[in-house]
Design a protein around this ligand. Structure first.
Ligand code: CTP
Length: 405
């Protein structure tokens, strides 16, 4: 249908970039990127009008997003018209502009295009040896200034390498090393750096990406104190183990898996250095303070429990519950991963699997009937009942009623 709209408007339309790459690799990719030789916004509006979609356009960039009623999106870009004026550089005007458009991209594997117009539907356009590199499983830049033009590509190279199971080409790796040596990454804005880091941490196996960032000397651009020590590697492996365990529980408690890896990555940093890292990554002040506070609380709350267990003292279920209940899943999983004590791991796991969902059988109404007046006491009484229930001291509503009386 996209090609059809192109045919009607007499515009050449191509599927491009990551979508084509993943199509050829047989991998799923929900992001469809389309490039139109000419007015992409007109194209998007025409397509949307005949398909019941909405359009969000950016006149300045000649780009638009087609949004389907079910939320599915297609990104539409226009090949830059300025390239039409370079006379005779390439056989046809259309081709020359598409080629220039693709040439501006990061890696060869992202430069494939597929024609969507009816006469040439499905034709693969490969100007820069992308197909060869896909087969050879290589990430390669198109020109030597690629990382200077856009330093985020250093992180993208690592992400694609890990995700696709490819290898960064030797010359491309040398260019990364030069960019690192010349401190090009210092100029990278915090927001963009954060976005790239988060994307690496969101990959299926983020540890490989972290190791690659470390071996290429990238961690210092996030914070000079970040270093991949054997201890950190150990914690990261534990995070991997703990999050896959947690996911298998299907508790339907949403959490940000990448944040657990991020906390682990920052393990060695002092609180002050952690705050500096968040500032470097342009984390909002509010969120930065919250993260730091939760990180501190995690240590402050779990530490005493760990020491108590180490002394061989008993920790009751209610103590586990009331210690851990204020902490978000991310911090709990991080604490579980970083603790060397199997007892602490057992306590946190018990909290997730059993204690967290425990409630008293008595409801507010029951308490009122028992003469407890709404107010601060109400909460206290409920907590006493909950404690008894967590510790197995009461097992029925009658037991709980007797306790309140
Ligand atoms: N691109 C680039 N330089 C960047 C970011 C993007 O050249 N710093 C180009 C890439 O060639 C990419 C296209 O813009 O194919 C679209 O970017 P994006 O959607 O981020 O990349 P995808 O390849 O689709 O990656 P993903 O599969 O992660 O969505």
């Amino acid at each position: 249908d996209l090609g059809n709209t192109g045919d009607i408007l007499d515009l050449a339309v191509y599927a491009v970039g990551g979508f084509v790459r993943d199509l050829l690799l047989g991998q799923e990719n929900a992001d469809v990127d389309v490039t139109v030789d000419g007015d992409g916004i007109l194209f998007a509006e025409t397509f949307a009008a005949s398909h019941g979609c909405r359009v969000k356009s950016h006149e300045k960039f000649g780009t638009a997003v087609i949004v389907f009623p079910d939320g599915f999106k297609i990104d539409v870009a226009s090949t830059r018209l300025e390239y039409y004026v370079s006379p005779g550089a390439l056989p046809t005007v259309e081709r020359s502009s598409l080629k220039m458009d693709l040439y501006r991209r990061d890696f060869t594997v992202n430069t494939l295009a597929i024609s969507l117009n009816a006469p040439s539907f499905g034709k693969l356009i490969d100007y820069f040896g992308a197909y060869r590199d896909l087969q050879a499983k290589v990430i390669r830049v198109l020109h030597n200034l690629s990382f200077v033009e856009d330093p985020t590509r250093v992180f993208r190279a690592i992400r694609f390498e890990q995700r696709l199971g490819f290898k960064i080409a030797k010359h491309t790796e040398d260019l990364i090393k030069t960019a690192v040596k010349m401190d090009f990454l210092v100029k990278l804005g915090g927001r963009r750096l954060l976005s790239e880091l988060v994307q690496i941490l969101k990959e299926k196996e983020p540890i490989n990406g972290i190791c690659r960032m470390a071996s290429l000397g990238l961690l210092r651009f996030i914070h000079p104190g970040l270093e991949l020590t054997p201890e950190l590697q150990g914690t990261l492996e534990e995070v991997r183990y703990v999050v896959s365990w947690f996911d298998l529980l299907y508790l339907e408690r949403p959490y940000e898996r990448w944040a657990v890896y991020f906390l682990a990555l920052c393990e060695r940093l002092t609180q002050e250095q952690f705050l500096d890292t968040c500032t470097r990554l342009a984390v909002s002040e509010h969120y930065r303070e919250r993260l730091a506070e939760m990180r501190r609380q995690g240590d402050e709350l779990v530490g005493p429990m760990e020491r108590k267990l180490a002394r061989g003292e008993q920790v009751e279920n209610s103590e586990i519950y009331f210690t851990l209940r204020g902490l978000p899943v991310e911090i709990l999983l991080y604490q579980m991963a970083k603790s060397g004590s199997s007892e602490v791991k057992r306590c946190i796991s018990l909290y997730f699997t059993k204690l967290h969902g425990t409630r008293p059988l008595l409801k507010g109404e029951d308490l009122k009937q028992l003469g407890v007046k709404p107010g601060p006491l109400f909460r206290e009484v409920l907590d006493v009942v909950l404690s008894a229930r967590l510790n197995g001291k009461v097992s029925s509503k009658e037991d709980e009623t007797a306790l309140v009386r």
